[in-house]
Design a protein around this ligand. Sequence first.
Ligand code: NDP
Length: 247
Amino acid sequence: MSNGISGKVIVITGASSGLGECTARHLSALGAILILGARRTERLQTLVTELEKQGGKAIAVATDVTRKEQVEALIKTAVEKFGRVDVLLNNAGLMQQSRLDSLKTDEWDNMIDVNLKGTLYGIAAVLPYMQAQKSGHIINVSSVAGHKVTPAGSVYCATKHAVRAISEGLRSEVKEWNLRTTIISPGAVATELTDHITEKEIGQGMRDFYKQHAVGPDSFARIVEFALSQPAEVDINEILYRPTSQE
Ligand code: NDP
């Protein structure tokens, strides 16, 4: 019996670490064909080699999601090599927490460019193909930060609220093409996400919090599997989850 994943052509952005990397391993073991995008191509290539050794099928495509044409090329590669694109996991993201009065406007730009515009570029690149196929599934990664706003988290939270707003809008617009859309909103998951916070104290506070509470990225991969493996007529709209100990 089909697991709903074997043979599917699945594009993952931000596949070079954390949630994307773990999900690539998980879906490859379930038989997915993977097109993996990120900027750190060496890491992507190492992952592809590992997956191939285990009998998987994957390719790496250098992709900066802030560059519209690179996101288009990522999706185009999937279609050219494998004839279609079944799933986009719009996962690339960046968290640089700071208080607004620190005026870290470059970091605000970074987060808006990667988390918000990057997600939109993914949708823009994949939607015409999925509409033509009359099938497809777009999974956008939001966060607990897409449900509440924390001190020093204003801009990150704003981008993740926006991801949910866009996903909900998308969901309501793609009925006639049979497309599914899912938002996954994780709590603290142990990845490299907290490494990019430049405010020393805030960064340390986040890392301490993560040390205490964070769960493994396999939690996320299992949720992606759950959403993808539903029958075609069932669309998992959103999953919000946290480590059991996280407030
Ligand atoms: P990581 O920092 O481990 O991974 C982030 C990924 O995003 C990397 O693969 C990175 O690849 C990629 N990325 C960053 N900037 C760009 C860019 N400009 N172009 C392409 N890829 C980019 O963190 P996570 O795995 O935790 O993050 C994945 C997603 O999960 C993010 O959207 C994050 O906001 C979200 N999330 C994470 C939570 C957590 O607690 N870990 C909780 C809630 C949501 P590279 O640098 O090679 O380009």
